[in-house]
Ligand binder design. Structure first.
Ligand SMILES: Nc1ccn([C@@H]2O[C@H](COP(=O)(O)O)[C@@H](O)[C@H]2O)c(=O)n1
Ligand SMILES: O=P(O)(O)OC[C@H](O)CO
Length: 336
């Protein structure tokens, strides 16, 4: 069928996706909850992903959703392990857009990590945007902007994160959600928040995208919607980020990682949320990666093996307006 899809339309562009490789040259293990983790095999998943992406000969770029090396990697091997994973990514015949995850930060401080991943930013921040074609914009968020990991111990952002964790999580082990109820279970040290400056930047980018009639996809290591993720994996201030996103109609999809089982939801404003299944948790000779075909009115994630395929149709304008009116009942009187 060549470039023409089953629906009879050619994608505007396509890109590769993979998340939570968490490579380490150590024996297989398990998560705290007992889920098997295959630290040596995960880089083979990445290598197969890159081969598949190259073989497709139609991908414009690929996105890595964070956590390239596991926190259990012996620290004297961190730099080499990160270089090994980065060079596996660089076998892809196109640009790779990286974001950071908690496991990246267990291995290297930001000032060393960001140049290795070629993440643009200022003052060691890791948020940025790019536009692969004029009608589409990608926003990459820094989920560990306010975090107790990755910044120097006396950095104001570390202090702010520790203050929040102390307020929200009474456990001695701040990675333990014991006793926390519902969505409060996200206040764990392995998560983080988007700070005020980044929120303002996001607002500005979405305003600019709206003015330029661009559709936007948001990429963040930590999930942004409880419908697509366990509470324990959510961004601390997912609600503040979604408030900004919901002020506009340009964001169509939010992608994430971190919650290794994966998930999909459509939120109250018709925005899709797709959390990717982890490469780390693929038993030998199984895979979890994919590519996304982007159209005017929808995107189609084509998953391999343990990564589920998902069609995400953008709600048409009347449906979006209905969401808008339900969510903002004062809007009509304001407009009158
Ligand atoms: N339900 C949980 C989950 C995790 N923890 C703590 O977090 C650490 C990292 O968890 P992994 O899923 O990456 O293994 C873990 O070592 C625990 O300290 C927890 O307490 N309760
Ligand atoms: O990738 P980890 O080890 O930080 O684990 C994250 C948890 O699965 C989130 O619930």
């Amino acid at each position: 069928m060549g470039l023409i899809t089953a629906q009879g339309k050619q994608p505007l562009f396509s890109f590769g996706v993979i998340s939570d490789v968490q490579y380490a040259d150590i024996a297989d293990g398990r998560s705290f909850l007992g889920v098997p983790r295959y630290y040596r095999h995960s880089i083979l998943v990445l290598e197969r992903a890159v081969k598949k992406w190259n073989d497709l000969q139609k991908l414009s770029f690929a996105v890595n959703f964070g956590d390239i090396v596991d926190g259990f990697c012996p620290k004297d091997q961190s730099l080499n392990a990160i270089k090994k994973v980065v060079s596996a990514f660089e076998k892809f015949n196109g640009p790779i857009y990286h974001m950071i995850g908690n496991h990246c930060l267990y291995n290297l401080p930001r000032e060393e990590l960001l140049p290795l991943l070629k993440i643009p930013g200022h003052d060691s921040s890791a948020y940025y945007d790019f536009s692969p074609i004029p009608g589409y914009r990608f926003v990459v968020l820094d989920a560990y902007d306010i975090s107790a990991i990755g910044w120097p111990k006396d950095h104001p952002k570390t202090i702010e994160a520790l203050r929040l964790l102390k307020e929200k999580n009474p456990n001695t082990d701040k990675n333990s959600p014991v006793g926390l109820e519902g969505l409060e279970r996200r206040f764990l040290m392995f998560n983080g928040a988007v700070g005020k400056e980044q929120l303002q930047w996001l607002d500005n980018v979405l305003q600019d995208a709206t003015n330029s009639k661009q559709k936007v996809m948001v990429c963040c290591h930590l999930p942004l919607d409880p419908g697509a993720s366990t509470s324990e994996a959510l961004l601390w201030n997912f609600d503040e980020v979604m408030d900004v996103i919901h002020r506009y109609k340009c964001v169509k999809v939010c992608f994430g990682g971190h919650d290794h089982k994966g998930g999909h939801s459509v939120d109250s404003h018709g925005v899709h949320h797709r959390v990717f299944e982890a490469a780390l948790e693929c038993p030998p000779n199984t895979d979890a990666f994919g590519y996304v075909d982007v159209y005017e009115d929808r995107i189609s994630l084509v998953g391999t093996d343990r990564m589920q395929s998902t069609d995400m149709v953008f709600p048409p304008w009347p449906v979006l307006l209905a969401f808008w009116e339900i969510a903002q009942p004062d809007f009509q009187s304001l407009a009158a």
